[in-house]
Design a protein around this ligand. Structure first.
Ligand code: HXC
Length: 257
């Protein structure tokens, strides 16, 4: 399928989506949302894909929601179309998604990165929620996800002053999982995704579901949810194979990957 705003490729068992609106620093308009959702849904349906990487350009992962597209909206437009609610569909993708972030990840760009399962950043990455400078506030989850990821003090600082965080601060505060040299970013992200895609897909998907549950529920309910999923794993052929491979000192050959 041909997309207008993204480039879609596969690298073995990894689906790669590159945001491609270079003239607008990958600003996220409604077409980007439609293209991103369609591509991720296609990867979700493709049994040969075990993980997805989303990236942008070296200069910008995404410089935010498209300001020019939303500039003239009225309150009733925003309310009636439930503006930005479509991004919730993106968080329903069940296969793992890595954000490979180079350059600017601002506003909706930072929020999109946070909707992915984890972020690998290049050393030139800059994260921020500059909406306050436009007379608004985050609208794609920034006030909620950023606060859960980096805590109240940093989230307030970012949302109220609009300042950017560099890659080192983002790693120190837990926003990103790793920082790598800009030239290595895509290779490192694809390597991590290929590693994940080599494991048992149902085990990977359940692990994703369980970690995400931690953001939705109490500790005791989350622990119960984890235990039930864990119990169910003894029904997987891949559990038998993984544990047999360990005891037989050989590489596991998972069926469901
Ligand atoms: C639309 C954008 C854009 C955006 C950049 N561009 N960001 N277009 N929406 N979010 C466009 C510019 O207008 C310009 O187009 C081209 O991309 C290059 O940008 P420059 O500003 O010339 O580049 P540079 O000087 O290098 O500065 C980079 C930048 C700056 C610091 C990232 O572009 C910037 O501040 N962008 C806006 C960042 C932002 O405020 N993001 C939050 C958006 S609001 P032309 O045609 O002029 O060449 C959001 C959620 C809102 O995400 C929620 C509200 C409900």
């Amino acid at each position: 399928m041909a997309y207008e705003t993204i480039i879609v490729e596969t690298r073995s068992k990894v689906g790669l989506v590159t945001l491609n609106r270079p003239k607008a620093l990958n600003a996220l308009n409604s077409q980007v949302l439609a293209d991103l959702l369609a591509s991720c849904r296609a990867f979700e349906a493709d049994a040969d894909i075990g993980a997805i990487v989303i990236t942008g350009s070296e200069k910008a992962f995404a410089a935010g929601a498209d300001i020019k597209e939303m500039q003239s909206k009225s309150y009733v437009d925003a309310y009636m179309e439930d503006f930005f609610s479509g991004w919730e569909d993106f968080t329903r993708i069940r296969k793992p998604i890595i954000a490979a972030v180079s350059g600017y990840a601002l506003g909706g760009g930072c929020e999109l990165a946070m909707m992915c399962d984890f972020i690998i950043a290049s050393d030139n990455a800059k994260f921020g929620q500059p909406e306050i400078t436009l007379g608004v506030m985050p609208g794609m989850g920034g006030s909620q996800r950023l606060t859960r990821f980096v805590g109240k003090a940093k989230a307030m600082d970012m949302c109220l002053t609009g300042r950017m965080m560099d890659a080192a601060e983002a790693e120190r505060t837990g926003l990103v999982s790793r920082v790598v040299a800009t030239s290595d970013l895509l290779e490192e992200a694809l390597k991590a995704a290929a590693k994940i895609a080599g494991f048992s897909l149902p085990a990977v998907m359940m692990a994703k579901e369980a970690v995400n549950r931690a953001y939705e529920t109490t500790l005791s309910e989350g622990l119960r949810f984890e235990r039930r999923l864990f119990h169910s794993m003894f029904a997987l052929e891949d559990q038998k194979e993984g544990m047999a491979a360990f005891t037989e000192k050989r590489q596991a050959n998972f069926k469901n990957r």
